[in-house]
Design a protein around this ligand. Structure first.
Ligand code: PLP
Length: 390
């Protein structure tokens, strides 16, 4: 037996998505910009996918820009808004727990003379909209706040922040890469001007995503070439990938409620069993305000990297939020932002479930994780006795 429990990292392509994509690799392979019928068939498929992605988030098809994924959508949103501002305003607000696609883009903006405020979150992993309001200055052009966090699953109060942005007449971008397919998304209810999506987190292919851009929003392209995507993102369309994203979005919309109920029950069963059988363990982030599929756990005294490797040897795939930079393992910026010490952050594991997850896989994880934690604690220099658990 084995159990893949790393769906926040990526998901398998759903068979129905693959079947929808296959004709566009060799049979209907035309360039969607060509005038001949082969091109026009590809164009029709891209248009249908655009409608499906728009329907998932309550947008108009013309407001969808296809990109190479969530990272590009985030980059296009941030750089595109800042570059298009004619005033120009030079201040951006974000949070300390964003994905690196936003955080590193913000750091790059700082090298271009833009001031960035990184608003902290509470120990529950949730940002206070009042703190976002306090960070506003007359020079603020954009607020960028993620919807669901990729490491701890916490859901941010996007609607409230949307109201703050609207009152201040500031653009609002939301990275919804981890909430699409898990939460109902409606760009008007959320009050966002820009929203990022990625296909490979919703059982679509890797390397394709979308940016929603509210009509009337001035966005400067970040690549230069042909007139694709209404002059917002040039380059011959990735027709098969876009078709895959469209089918994945259609399935996500149809299965959202069913998936969420089943996955919540499995996640809670896993979490309760681990809390019952392992001492000195804590759940990170707000246990209520989070997406159905994610749990992030600290096992005091058991190194997260070693845990991931030891679990992998037993057939269980999960992850840490740690990033490996220049040979050293950096503790997760999300876990340290919610107040964990470096040692605690380094002793944490993200387990994320998905549509294919079965009760048998959860039972398998429940049987294996406690044994592995116990073994690592016995071996670890971070002796459990010296690591306090809050
Ligand atoms: N934003 C969030 C919250 C993510 O979790 C990810 C991927 O892990 C991304 C952006 C980047 O998306 P992509 O892998 O499609 O570039």
């Amino acid at each position: 037996m084995s159990a893949y429990l790393d769906y926040n990292s990526t998901t398998p392509v759903d068979r129905r998505v693959l079947d929808a994509m296959l004709p566009y690799f060799a049979g209907t392979f035309g360039n969607a910009s060509s005038i001949h019928s082969s091109g026009q068939h590809a164009r029709a498929a891209v248009d249908a996918a655009r409608e499906s992605v728009a329907a998932l988030i309550g947008a108009k098809p013309a407001e969808i820009v296809f990109t190479s994924g969530g990272t590009e959508a985030d980059n296009l949103a941030l750089f595109g808004i800042v570059a298009a501002d004619t005033k120009p305003r030079k201040h951006v607000i974000t949070t300390s727990i964003e994905h690196h696609a936003v955080l590193n883009s913000c750091q790059h903006l700082e090298t271009q003379g833009i001031e960035v405020s990184y608003v902290p979150v509470g120990s529950d992993g949730v940002v206070d909209p009042a703190d976002i309001r306090r960070a506003l200055t007359p020079d603020t052009i954009l607020i960028s706040v993620m919807h669901a966090n990729n490491e701890i699953g916490t859901i941010q109060p996007i609607e409230e922040i949307g109201r703050v942005a609207a009152e201040a007449d500031v653009y609002f971008h939301c990275d919804a890469v981890q909430s699409a397919g898990k939460l109902l998304l409606d760009v008007n209810r959320l009050g966002v001007d820009l929203l990022s999506l990625s296909a490979h987190k919703i059982y679509g292919p890797k390397g394709v995503g979308a940016l929603y851009v509210r009509s009337g929003t001035a966005l400067a392209p970040q690549f230069f070439g042909g007139h694709h995507e209404r002059d917002r993102r040039p380059g011959t369309e990735n027709v098969a990938g876009i078709v895959g994203l469209g089918k994945a979005a259609e399935l996500a919309r149809a299965l959202l409620k069913e998936d969420a109920a089943r996955i919540t029950a499995l996640r809670d069963r896993l979490e309760h069993a681990l809390l019952d059988s392992i001492s000195m363990i804590r759940v990170n982030g707000d246990p209520k305000r989070r997406v159905a599929n994610t749990t992030n756990l600290t096992f005091a005294g058991a190194g997260g990297e070693a845990l991931v490797i030891a679990l992998d040897l037993q057939g269980i795939a999960c992850s840490t939020g740690a990033a490996c930079s220049s040979g050293a393992v950096e503790p997760s910026h999300v876990l340290t932002a919610i107040g964990l010490s470096h040692d605690e952050a380094r002793s944490s594991l993200r387990v994320s479930l998905g549509r294919p997850t079965t009760a048998e896989e959860i039972d398998e994880a429940v049987a294996i994780i406690p044994r592995v934690v116990e073994r690592l604690r016995a071996l670890s220099p971070l002796s459990a006795a010296t690591v306090p658990v809050r």
